[in-house]
Design a protein around this ligand. Structure first.
Ligand SMILES: C[C@H](CCC[C@@H](C)[C@H]1CC[C@H]2[C@@H]3[C@H](O)C[C@@H]4C[C@H](O)CC[C@]4(C)[C@H]3C[C@H](O)[C@]12C)C(=O)SCCNC(=O)CCNC(=O)[C@H](O)C(C)(C)COP(=O)(O)OP(=O)(O)OC[C@H]1O[C@@H](n2cnc3c(N)ncnc32)[C@H](O)[C@@H]1OP(=O)(O)O
Length: 382
């Protein structure tokens, strides 16, 4: 796999850092998640392919242990509020001094500097601060955050993974590690570069929810079908719009012009009525195989069995029977090989990992006995 041989230490976090760690693990990195001791269960639902070591970082021995793990690792990924790692004596100055090849990734909401740097926050706050949230939502309604996808995952976990890959690539030339300051505000804003860079094109000239791509246009929206499901319509270009009308059995001559914004409410009314006359399956039959840019809005229950997704194997089922998306993108020679085994329990691999990193049985036993590290069951004999 592409990241075979890369060793990653991921300090346990809420949502974005676990995603970043899972991406790296999916593509072959050896990812060790550092959990707290005495927590029992992990909230990490993106633990695929990771191992868990439980370390009490509020003890000097725990801090010393983590430093040793970082000495033999390529990447450390930390998801805490600014200053937390420094307070523990695990800041980048210390760790990079000991291991100059280390890539030290800091995934936070507001970044390492600026007046908000140390403030608590979540996806919706970062999205708000990126400017993007002000553009999301339907006309006449309040701004709407689309799950916690944009800041936590696109602007956060994924962007941070890109930073790590860039730093790994650069290290092949310089031999040096570096610090990555991944701010979810900036990652989300960067993801939205198109919206900034297309200002002045007329695409965004109207209020939120009244533009071409923000649910303002009737030919770029979703419609309810007779069985209470939905179809997604993305018929922007005239040649595709013509196929939409053909599928809906509407004559272009009987309708207002596609780009006549003042007529959009009337067009929407006509489309709404038409879509409500057939089931989702019936509309799919009408539009499949055409260029009308009309697709069913698939539920989680339906998505993997849709013929297109099934043909590509876009979703996988792990050994617990749980379905999730297969890692993307596909690399033809060195594709991801996601682990299908159950997620690790907190501390499940404490002993195994410490042995791998060169600790003796007696040292491990001593750390277990002192509560510096933990494993499930807390049996203290190796
Ligand atoms: C919208 C998303 C978040 C979605 C997550 C939700 C799915 C879950 C959030 C809450 C969960 C529920 C809740 O836990 C209650 C139930 C629990 C039950 O078990 C399950 C059901 C629950 C209902 C549960 C259900 C769900 O799981 C939840 C609803 C996001 O936006 S995520 C993005 C968040 N932002 C960031 O990641 C940016 C960077 N980080 C931060 O800004 C802060 O970390 C953050 C997130 C604001 C948290 O701040 P906090 O004050 O808690 O921590 P920090 O200041 O960072 O300091 C960390 C301290 O921990 C110490 N520490 C770390 N590791 C160890 C260790 N191994 N040993 C000992 N100590 C450790 C560290 O030293 C710090 O200590 P100090 O405070 O003393 O410095």
């Amino acid at each position: 796999m592409a990241l075979a041989g890369v060793r990653v230490i991921e300090l346990a976090g809420l949502a974005p850092a676990p995603f970043c760690g899972m991406i790296l693990a999916d593509f072959g990195a050896k990812v060790i998640r550092v959990d707290r001791t005495k927590v029992g269960v992990s909230l990490d639902r993106q633990a695929r392919g990771k191992r868990s070591v439980a370390i009490n970082l509020k003890s000097a021995a725990g801090v010393a242990l983590l430093r040793k793990l970082c000495l033999q690792s390529d990447v450390v990924l930390e998801p805490y509020r600014r200053g937390v790692m420094e307070k523990l004596g695990l800041g980048p100055n210390e760790l990079l001094k000991e291991n100059p090849r280390l890539i030290y990734a800091r995934l936070t909401g507001y970044g390492q500097t600026g007046s908000y740097a140390a403030a608590a926050g979540h996806d919706i706050n970062y999205l708000a601060m990126s400017g993007l949230l002000s553009r999301l939502g339907r006309s006449g309604e309040e701004p709407y955050a689309p799950l916690n996808l944009l800041a936590d995952f696109a602007g956060g976990g994924l962007t941070c993974a890109m930073g790590i890959l860039l730093a790994l690539l650069e290290r092949t030339r310089s031999g040096k590690g570096q610090v990555i300051d991944a701010s979810m505000v900036e990652g989300a804003a960067y993801t939205g570069s198109f919206v900034w860079k297309s200002q002045g094109t007329g695409l965004w000239g109207r209020p939120r929810g009244q533009n071409l791509l923000d649910s303002g246009a009737p030919f770029y929206d979703t419609y309810r079908t007779s069985d209470g499901r939905h179809m997604a319509v993305g018929a922007l270009e005239p040649q595709f719009y013509a196929q939409l009308l053909h599928g809906l059995e509407l004559a272009e001559a009987d309708l207002p012009a596609q780009m006549s914004v003042s007529d959009w409410p009337e067009l929407r009314r006509v489309f709404t009525e038409r879509f409500a006359s057939k089931t989702q399956a019936e509309w799919s039959e009408v539009f499949d195989g055409t260029d009308a840019c009309v697709t069913p809005v698939l539920s989680f229950d339906d998505v993997s069995s849709h013929p297109h997704n099934r043909d590509r194997g876009s979703f996988l089922r792990d050994r617990d029977g749980q379905e999730s998306p297969r890692p993307a993108p596909l690399l033809c020679r060195t594709p991801a090989r996601p682990c299908l085994a159950p997620d690790p329990a907190v501390g499940e691999h404490t002993v195994q990992v410490l042995q791998e990193y060169g600790f003796t049985a007696a040292e491990i036993e001593q750390m277990l006995a002192a509560g510096v590290v933990e494993r499930p069951g807390v049996a203290s004999k190796l």
